[in-house]
Design a binder for this molecule. Structure first.
Ligand SMILES: Cc1ncc(COP(=O)(O)O)c(C=O)c1O
Length: 314
């Protein structure tokens, strides 16, 4: 028997208790396996992108443009997802093309996305370059959508809000009542969506572990704007919530993409107890904070949101 696969609607991802990891830490830890799924390990990014690209196709878009770091999970996920949606993807990547592409870049190449290398520029400059390239495509007669960094748009946030609700339902089925969800945060869509899901359900906000400092001029204000845009999109029947940033900056370390001892040790503990991988750029840093807090005596149940990003491991 074959099943019809709905490109627009993400499948529910598993939630389960990490028994051996929890025993090693002395605190119950659940994992939301949002690293599961098709499309080249697209992780939580695929939730945002599937919503955004479905809307783009409905609007007659034929070309999508996005910028990001060379090992961007979002850009790699876009390179893959553009294909089944029948779209041309043009990525604007930070730095220079390496001699031997690895990880995300290798997948991006395999998907045949068009890539422009931006050199060593700031994140805002990179975003401005992507705007310029989108303009060039428009002048060539294409119908273009310029995606924000990390696919963190109001649609993307709404897709994550659905994911947060999916988690709440799964927790209720397990009769689990965690004190917080711990996840890695960068462009803010994951934070904004999970923050909204928790606030709309009157449960504690997520612990959003920042893994990059210089992504926006004002991170808190940008995140607040994202929450606001999503609330506007949800319409007047949705209560207007007052956003308060709850960002954990303790794990950035020397900077984006730089491995920390804490992330490495946490990744090793998860691998050795459960046979599960995390990358050390995103999910490993969030897991590091979770481990540190458990070792400091916080023994309440928590959820680790595994958002994907595994190609970075290779
Ligand atoms: C694996 C992974 N986890 C978490 C995040 C953070 O999500 P967001 O950009 O929505 O803050 C990213 C962003 O690129 C990611 O690739």
């Amino acid at each position: 028997m074959t099943e019809h696969w709905d490109l627009e609607t993400p499948e529910a991802t598993p939630l389960r208790l990490l028994e051996r990891f929890s025993a090693a830490l002395g605190a119950p830890v659940y994992i939301k396996h949002d690293d599961y799924g098709p499309l080249s390990w697209a992780g939580s990014k695929s939730r945002k992108l599937r919503a955004i690209l479905a809307a783009a196709v409905a609007d007659g878009v034929d070309t999508v443009v996005m910028s990001g770091p060379a090992q961007s999970n979002s850009c790699r996920a876009l390179a893959a997802l553009a294909r089944p949606f029948g779209l041309h993807a043009h990525l604007v990547l930070h730095g220079r093309r390496p001699l031997n592409p690895t990880g995300n870049l290798k997948i991006t190449d395999a998907m045949g996305a068009e890539v422009t290398w931006a050199g060593n520029v700031t994140f805002p400059y990179l975003a401005a370059m992507a705007e310029g390239i989108a303009g060039e495509h428009r002048r060539a007669g294409r119908r273009v959508m310029l995606l924000p960094p990390g696919a963190s748009s109001a649609e993307g946030v709404e897709a994550i809000l659905h994911a947060g609700r999916e988690l709440a339902q799964q927790l209720a089925e397990l009769s689990a009542d965690p004190v917080e969800v711990v996840h890695a945060s960068a462009s803010g869509g994951l934070h904004a969506g999970l923050w909204l899901a928790s606030r709309l359900a009157d449960s504690p906000p997520p612990r959003s572990v920042m893994i990059v400092r210089e992504i926006y001029e004002d991170v808190e204000a940008t995140y607040a704007a994202l929450v606001d845009a999503a609330l506007t999109r949800l319409g007047p029947e949705c209560p207007r919530l007052a956003y308060g940033a709850s960002l954990d900056w303790s794990a950035v370390g020397p900077g984006y993409g730089m491995v920390t001892g804490e992330a490495l040790a946490a990744a090793q503990l998860l691998a050795y107890t459960e046979g599960i991988l995390v990358d050390t750029t995103y999910t490993g840093k969030a897991l590091g904070v979770l481990v540190r807090r458990a070792r400091e005596g916080h023994s309440d149940p928590v959820v680790f949101w595994h958002s994907g990003g595994l190609p970075g491991f290779f």
